[in-house]
Design a protein around this ligand. Structure first.
Ligand code: FAD
Ligand code: SF4
Length: 522
């Protein structure tokens, strides 16, 4: 047993979790540097409870270490537990700190993940210590705001929640009306690049790893060598300064075209006009207000058009707040939803990119290289394929939580289970996002480089998306029958010749067999 008799005692042990690197958080309101101690820990369980990408692990550790140093510079005492050789859980590391520092109470900002919140509550009870949970002031709204909005509504759609927030926070509003006379400019935001492609794109600003980050990269390469992905291209912003520079770079160089091309894809062009800010925002190096204000300022100064700025604001003020409301109002049962009763395993190629399907190959290779894919790659390529194949949504969720640099459960889970897999039975989306390979053909150049034909549903060169689309509709025909928004798609299914449908189903079955993982899961 370590001798703790001379250990520094703390009044409050202020817990800073890996996704709470917020210099403005409510945790600091009554923090007394003379009596309180900050606690942070690199618990290996946080990197292994899902099979995390090296980039995701390295991003969190590097950002945490920089934040630790920034707090120390402020004169705060920081009890920081670096990743050791032995496997640790957050609870074990905290138990040890409590025994050493013997605090009178614990304080934390409302954790972003149900599992972590439960673990902290259980530990505070075990130790007989009060746990003060501060509201998370990083967000525009609270989960209670969402609950109030949802009250009495049959369905809670993004659109009305978003409009309410536009009005409440006066974002892109004029005399109580949306600027430009419309709440959204979706029709202008579905552009593709056409045959000539996006042309030469300016590279986004790169945040070169400093010494602290390089140390973390070595550590992760060593300690998590078996984990997926590579650190060779790691250049994510891990400090407030770098995150602000990345924001400025996006606003100046990519925001003006963000709207028009936000759904477009192109081989070997991972960033296009996207911001690459999600990870920095999720760990709170940047606040959503700051990001939205910067985009609105670009509109006001004429540097970016309204369709781009509104499209971007909608992602942050709209989707990001909305999915958080869904998460906190529907967990923990949300995790078990499987409305389409999908039970297939996740194909092996999700971990390697080793597939003949050009669109999936590009999205997954890019994911393994950078820990990044943009929204439409996640929703309409990897997500769509898993849904059409009928993969168990829990397995799909674990994959998304593992492989992206920005993955934190409160934002990942509703996007995966709700938006992309329709596993919540329509809580988030009025219909499944299902489409044939022709959608991908329209939005990218992938099909031109692929051995499959997006127009074909049966035969050896049929596009697996197209085959599985019809199979998906046929398998879920009765479930989707009552959904008016699916009426047209089901009508087209009903028109299919039974012989053609039988050929499609046969090909779908053989695809499922072919794609079954070589090793049993678990
Ligand atoms: P941009 O395209 O530049 O968008 C700007 C910002 O808007 C993002 O940085 C992000 O903060 C926010 N945003 C955009 N779309 C969404 C959305 N649907 N929900 C919430 N916020 C949004 N986002 C995460 O931050 N973490 C995740 O783990 C995550 N998992 C996802 C899983 C699936 C299956 C899908 C379909 C989407 C997921 N998203 C997730 C949402 C979105 O894909 C990413 O936020 C975005 O691709 C990040 O890249 P970017 O910063 O370049 O975003
Ligand atoms: Fe993807 Fe099908 Fe197009 Fe190939 S043909 S790139 S599998 S959509």
């Amino acid at each position: 047993m370590p001798d703790t008799s001379n250990a520094v005692k703390a009044r409050t042990l202020a817990l800073v979790l890996g996704d709470q690197l917020d210099r403005e958080s409510a945790l600091w309101d009554d923090f007394d540097p003379d009596r309180d101690v900050v606690w942070m820990a690199e618990a290996s369980e946080e990197s292994t409870h899902v099979w995390s990408h090296k980039v995701r692990i390295a991003f969190f550790l590097a950002a945490m270490r920089h934040f630790r140093d920034a707090l120390a510079e402020r004169g705060y005492r920081v009890d920081y537990c670096e990743l050791g050789e032995e496997a640790t859980t957050l609870s074990d590391a905290l138990r040890d700190a409590i025994d050493r520092l013997r605090p009178e109470r614990l304080a934390v900002v409302h954790p972003g993940e149900w599992r972590v919140r439960d673990a902290l509550r259980a530990l505070s009870e075990e130790k007989g210590l009060e746990l003060i949970e501060h509201d998370d002031t990083h967000f525009y709204t609270t989960p209670e705001d969402f609950a109030r909005h949802a009250e009495g509504r049959k369905q809670v759609r993004l659109e009305y929640f978003y409009r309410e927030l536009r009005k409440r926070f006066g974002v892109l509003m004029e005399d109580g009306q949306p600027i430009g006379g419309a709440w959204n400019f979706d029709k202008e935001n579905r552009g593709a690049f056409g045959k000539r492609g996006p042309g030469r794109l300016r590279k986004p600003r790169s945040s070169k790893p400093d010494e602290i980050t390089r140390e973390v990269l070595d550590l992760v390469n060593d300690r998590f060598a078996e984990h997926p992905g590579s650190l060779d291209h790691f250049d994510w912003p891990v400090t407030v300064g770098d995150a602000r520079r990345a924001l400025a770079d996006f606003i100046k160089h990519r925001l003006p075209s963000f709207g028009e091309y936000q759904d477009a894809m192109w081989t070997d062009e991972p960033w296009l006009y996207h911001s690459r800010l999600s990870a920095a925002i999720n760990v709170k190096l940047l606040g959503p207000h700051e990001v939205v204000d910067a985009a609105v300022a670009a509109y006001e100064s004429g540097e970016a058009p309204l369709n781009a700025v509104e499209g971007f604001v909608r992602q942050i003020l709209g989707w990001r707040e909305y999915v958080r409301g869904v998460y906190w109002n529907h967990m923990p049962r949300y995790l078990d939803r499987n409305a389409l009763e999908a039970n297939q395993p996740l194909p092996d190629f999700y971990w390697t990119g080793d597939t003949e399907m050009a669109c999936l190959r590009d999205a997954i290779h890019q994911t393994l290289r950078y820990g990044y894919a943009h929204h439409i790659q996640r929703l309409m390529v990897t997500g769509l394929f898993a849904m059409l194949l009928g993969v168990d949504p829990r397995r799909v969720h674990e994959w998304y939580l593992a492989v992206y640099v920005d993955a934190v459960e409160w934002v990942e889970l509703p996007n995966t289970l709700g938006m992309s897999q329709h596993a919540d039975g329509g809580l988030m989306g009025s219909k499944p996002y299902c489409a044939t390979g022709k959608y991908i053909q329209r939005m990218s150049n992938h099909c031109g480089e692929c051995r499959f034909d997006p127009a074909k549903a049966a035969g050896d060169d049929a596009c697996p998306f197209t085959t599985l689309y019809w199979d998906f509709l046929a398998r879920n025909r009765e479930r989707l029958r009552g959904n008016n928004r699916m009426a047209m798609q089901l009508k087209n299914l009903d028109r299919k010749d039974p012989a053609e449908l039988a050929a499609i189903r046969e090909r779908a079955d053989s695809l499922r067999e072919e794609l079954a993982p070589s090793l049993p899961e678990g």
